[in-house]
Design a protein around this ligand. Structure first.
Ligand SMILES: *Cc1c(COP(=O)(O)O)cnc(C)c1O
Length: 402
């Protein structure tokens, strides 16, 4: 047997931007015998589960659940409102904006991308220009990613609504909150979002496997005019069920539903405002450390503007030696897994190794974030990576002073 590294034992820590850390309460809730799917607890809990999901999304409107990940939710949402030949607008700020647009293309939509690069938020003036130029109102939907997990930019979704209203454009506002729900403030109804997609394995703290599409009455009216919607993706029977709540479209994701129940209880016990505030303070601690490290060497935050940074994920650059060496070191020696870079360079391109990401979404607290940052500091010290000093002091100041 090979001997494991001295300091790698103990509970490991997956600090990547999804899947996120699973709370013991979620794991324990899932650990049960196969439940009765015809009657009993599983059936009885669904109405309250749906209501509590709406509370997290800050909406009074509808929600459909699918067995599937975020990609499934992307496709589900588009399948209900975008027909072949329809035009959609993608203001892109990273890999996930592009990815959602690619799914629309594959479904036969005409996709127009406004590319804002990978290090800045959407510029609303440019979005307004494109919408204003669309006098015939051919653009049927805008696909806005709230937090693009590849670049860690956070976009102003309420700002997109304001632009649509100013221009007087009727397009549906569709938001991807897969990384942001339960981390960064999001208010579906107050922000005028028509369709929102999310998945359970990030801020919702449940293993991957369930995707959600929230939609309002305006989106439902667009759905009613679709020439056809594929049976599995159709949100109507899921949001307006006649039989088993949400799942007369196939077997329910039984254990996930119990896990989700536990996660929603945790979120509501803490209070969503408190959940957002916790993520905000922990993100500021991460930024404080990263800004200190970036004073020397090649360490850098991808998003310079604090206002445009997500509270759930931080994308970073480290060229010398490189981020992969650091990730490998903390993984092997400390049991700490950091996220790979995504969408910044093609895999196979040596530049790919110069990027990495920290997930700080969901079930995270002060000691975990200090441990994460301390692990990175130790890794950079061990690998003799040049970096600025006092990063942990800076993070501790944020934690202490919140
Ligand atoms: C994770 C993520 C996705 C993709 O979700 P999968 O479950 O991996 O399919 C899409 N968009 C955003 C913003 C994400 O963070």
């Amino acid at each position: 047997m090979t001997k494991s590294p001295l300091l790698a034992q103990g509970r490991s820590y997956l600090a990547i931007p999804g899947p996120s850390v699973m709370p013991d309460a979620v794991l324990n809730a899932m650990h049960r015998a196969a439940p009765n799917i015809y009657s009993g607890a599983l059936i009885d809990m669904m109405p309250a589960l749906m209501a509590d999901l709406r509370r997290v999304a800050r909406t009074k409107h509808h929600v459909a659940m699918y067995i599937g990940n975020g990609h499934a939710a992307w496709e589900a949402a588009l399948s209900n409102v975008v027909a072949p030949g329809d035009k959609v607008l993608v203001p892109s700020t990273g890999r996930f904006g592009i990815g959602w647009g690619e799914i629309a293309t594959d479904l036969g939509a005409q996709v127009e991308v406004i590319d804002f690069g990978r290090a800045a938020a959407m510029d609303m003036a440019r979005v307004a220009d494109v919408l204003a130029a669309d006098k015939a109102h051919e653009i049927k939907a805008i696909l806005g990613v709230h937090v693009d997990t590849s670049s860690s930019v956070r976009n102003d979704i309420a700002g997109l609504r304001a632009v649509l209203d100013e221009v007087g454009h009727p397009a549906l506002l569709m938001a991807d909150c897969i990384a942001s729900l339960g981390c960064d403030r999001f208010e579906m109804d107050a922000w005028g979002v028509d369709v929102m997609v999310t998945a359970c394995q990030k801020g919702l703290m449940v293993p991957p496997g369930v995707g959600f599409v929230f939609f309002n009455d305006k989106a439902e009216a667009v759905r009613a005019k679709m020439p056809r919607v594929s049976r599995y993706w159709d949100w109507m029977p899921r949001a307006h069920p006649e039989e088993f709540y949400q799942y007369h479209c196939g077997t329910a994701p039984t254990q996930h539903i119990f896990g989700l129940r536990a996660a929603l209880d945790m979120i509501h016990d803490e209070g969503i405002e408190q959940v957002w505030a916790r993520h905000a303070v922990l993100a500021r601690a991460v930024w404080a450390a990263c800004e200190a490290w970036s004073q020397r060497g090649t360490f850098a935050l991808n998003i310079a503007d604090r206002e445009a940074r997500s509270h759930a994920v931080t994308a970073l650059r480290l060229q010398t030696p490189n981020a992969t060496a650091l990730r490998d070191w903390v993984q092997q020696n400390l049991g700490l897994t950091l996220g790979i870079g995504l969408g910044m360079a093609a895999p196979g391109d040596p530049a790919w190794h110069g990027f990495f990401r920290l997930g700080h979404m969901g079930h995270v607290n002060g000691h975990m974030i200090m441990g994460l940052l301390g692990g990175i500091e130790a890794g950079m010290t061990a690998l003799k990576i040049e970096h600025g000093a006092s990063a942990l002091d800076a993070a501790a100041q944020v934690i202490a002073g919140h």
